[in-house]
Design a protein around this ligand. Structure first.
Ligand code: CMP
Length: 140
């Protein structure tokens, strides 16, 4: 494997606006390789499980509703310092605070419809990758 791996979701606001390619292009230009990718429509159970860490947050219900409002593209990204590299190109969670040139600044609509999810640690990346992918679906 070249470098490390992280997990990414292209969210429903982006698939709805046909931005899967635009987001992927920005990830690739940032030096990340897409080594697994699938378009899925998450079930409520799947979304609640994925975001279980946010269960007590006031926005949890809205977050789950949004994430099941349309298809998403789940991806495994590989590269040098993949987790941090992905967070840098994603930009701040709230698109209003994101730096110019980042995915969320250029493409996101709001803190909820924020176009992409990315793992926040290598430990969580491994957990999130395993939540959606079998090892044999990841081809580096
Ligand atoms: P994500 O990286 O997918 O992780 C959790 C998500 O919760 C986050 O992106 C945001 O889209 C969403 N989120 C975080 N804070 C809020 C908030 N205050 N209101 C609504 N959604 C939020």
């Amino acid at each position: 494997m070249a470098g490390t791996r992280t997990f990414s979701i292209i969210k429903p606001d982006a698939t709805k606006r046909n931005l899967t390619g635009a987001v992927t292009k920005m990830l690739e230009e940032a030096g990340l390789r897409v080594v697994a990718s699938k378009r899925i429509h998450m079930s409520r159970d799947q979304a609640e499980g994925f975001y279980a860490v946010h269960k007590e947050r006031p926005f949890f219900g809205e977050l789950v509703d949004f994430m099941i409002s349309g298809p998403v593209v789940v991806q495994v990204l590989e590269g040098e310092n993949a987790m941090q590299r992905n967070r840098d190109i994603m930009g701040a969670t709230n698109s209003a605070d994101a730096a110019p040139g980042t995915i969320r600044k250029e493409l996101a609509e709001s803190i909820e419809a924020n176009t992409v999810h990315g793992s926040d640690s290598d430990e969580n990346a491994a957990i999130e990758i395993a939540y959606f992918f079998d090892e044999d679906e990841i081809v580096g």
